[in-house]
Design a protein around this ligand. Structure first.
Ligand SMILES: Nc1ncnc2c1ncn2[C@@H]1O[C@H](COP(=O)(O)OP(=O)(O)OP(=O)(O)O)[C@@H](O)[C@H]1O
Ligand SMILES: [Mg+2]
Length: 427
């Protein structure tokens, strides 16, 4: 693990002698401070581009901060939920068996102690190269080895994340070191916030993916759902009603034979005719509700052509097709596309009194776009889109939207109707 600090210029020189050299020296010090600040910011920014995990990043950052402030050790301390300050792995410069790994500082509620003032108010006193009050805090907490220390708030705006501290500078700490530490505390705070929002984003992405999976499942159910309900109805109709009816017809036949011509044969004939009519109508119903071989031809073009051909034969409407879609579209998408086309065509047949209808399908923007247009009566879309009990148009739009697409209907009385929808190819 490479935990070396970033290469930085040596620590700013301590005060020299002679008042004449002061302006030049303070200029020099300022430049040094700026260089140090830039080096610290660069160290923090480097995390954004790196694959480092957090402990590695903090160890590198601590090493950099220690070097920039001339300290032997450095550590970040993080404020926990119960107001406890605990070590943020990993510190720099501490021995493996140091007490630093066990230190927990309970912060008082009133914020009056030395460490509270640093974390909450960003105040650190500096006396002869150290913060004596802070040194005491560390020693009381079990870090007997600490000879000097300063610390600054680790924060993101008003949010307190903890503190950053440096320890044991052979030449003592300066106000510049404190200034640098504050900058580091702020920049590390922003980085922390950025990382948290990245985590949030990751969690949101996972939730979104789960929602998408649920939506895909729902959509597949819808694609198959109507057919399933019809299948159940058709089999109940076939297995129960029609068989009972056949039973009744047989009974009637027996009755006719048993009566030896005594019964009123005209009435029996009439009853037989009625029963046959009931059977015929039930069989027609059975044909109507039987799921068309799943309405899922292997090829969409074939499916549309078949549907148009039966419409032409039944209603005498001239039909045109312009289908330019691949034959290997996902079955669930095909089912949705076909259901919408079927509903649009049924509407043409039922309501439009059209003489011609055209279906066009093509791949656009990663999805299939379909236009069904007729030259019929047309209608006022706003009035007809939500007639109670009439759900065709609404269902078309819902199916498209649920699949992540859209559906528009354009019509006016006297101008024919255009139904247009788009379904993305991947659910
Ligand atoms: N192509 C069309 N030409 C003329 N009128 C239409 C056309 N399509 C729809 N309409 C009008 O819009 C209304 C609503 O259509 P929608 O498909 O929602 O219901 P529906 O066809 O009446 O009943 P269903 O619920 O069986 O589909 C229709 O009743 C009809 O008046
Ligand atoms: Mg309809």
């Amino acid at each position: 693990m490479d935990t070396a600090a970033l290469p930085v210029a040596g620590k700013a020189a301590s005060d020299g002698d002679g008042a004449a050299t002061r302006p030049r020296r303070s200029m020099h010090l300022l430049e040094r401070s700026q260089e140090s600040a830039l080096a610290a910011l660069a160290a923090i920014a480097s995390y954004l581009d790196s694959d480092d995990d957090l402990p590695v990043f903090f160890e590198r950052l601590n090493a950099t901060v220690a070097e920039l402030t001339g300290a032997r050790r450095a550590a970040f301390w993080r404020l926990g939920a119960r107001g406890t300050l605990g070590l943020q792995p990993a510190p720099s410069g501490f021995a493996d068996d140091s007490n630093v790994y066990r230190v927990r500082l309970q912060l008082g509620a009133k914020g009056e102690g030395v460490i509270e003032r640093i974390v909450f108010a960003g105040e650190t006193e500096l006396v002869k190269g150290t913060s004596p009050g802070l040194d005491l805090v560390w020693r009381d907490a079990g870090l007997g080895e600490v000879t000097s220390s300063i610390a600054a708030a680790w924060r993101a705006g008003e949010r307190r994340i903890g503190a950053v501290a440096v320890y044991d500078a052979p030449n003592g700490f300066t106000a510049n070191d404190l200034w640098l530490l504050r900058i580091v505390g702020m920049a590390a705070g922003l980085l922390w916030q950025y990382r948290e929002s990245e985590d949030d984003l990751g969690r949101t992405a996972v939730r979104l993916e789960q929602a998408m999976a649920a939506r895909r499942q729902l959509l597949n159910n819808i694609a198959a759902g109507g057919d399933e309900a019809r299948r159940r109805f058709a089999s109940a109709l076939h297995d129960d009603s029609l068989q009972l009816l056949t039973g009744a017809e047989l009974q009637l036949e027996r009755l006719r034979l048993d009566s030896n011509g005594h019964a009123d044969s005209a009435q029996l004939d009439q009853l037989e005719t009625t029963l046959r009519k009931v059977e015929d109508s039930l069989r027609r119903l059975l044909i109507d509700v039987s799921p068309e071989p799943l309405q899922l031809p292997t090829d969409l073009q074939e499916g549309i052509s078949e549907r148009l051909e039966s419409m032409r034969l039944r209603a005498g409407i001239e039909t045109n097709i312009d289908c330019r879609v691949p034959s290997d579209m996902p079955p669930a998408i095909q089912a949705i596309v076909m259901k919408n086309i079927a509903e649009a065509l049924t509407n043409v047949e039922k309501h439009a009194r059209a003489t011609s209808v055209t279906v066009g399908a093509e791949i656009v923007d990663g999805g299939v776009r379909v236009v069904v247009s007729d030259n019929g009566t047309g209608f006022v879309v706003a009035e007809s889109a939500r007639i109670p009990g009439h759900i065709g148009l609404v269902a078309m739009r819902e199916r498209a939207q649920l699949a992540g697409g859209w559906c528009h209907v354009e019509s006016e009385p006297g101008t024919g109707t255009k139904v247009e929808f788009w379904i993305p190819l991947s659910l």
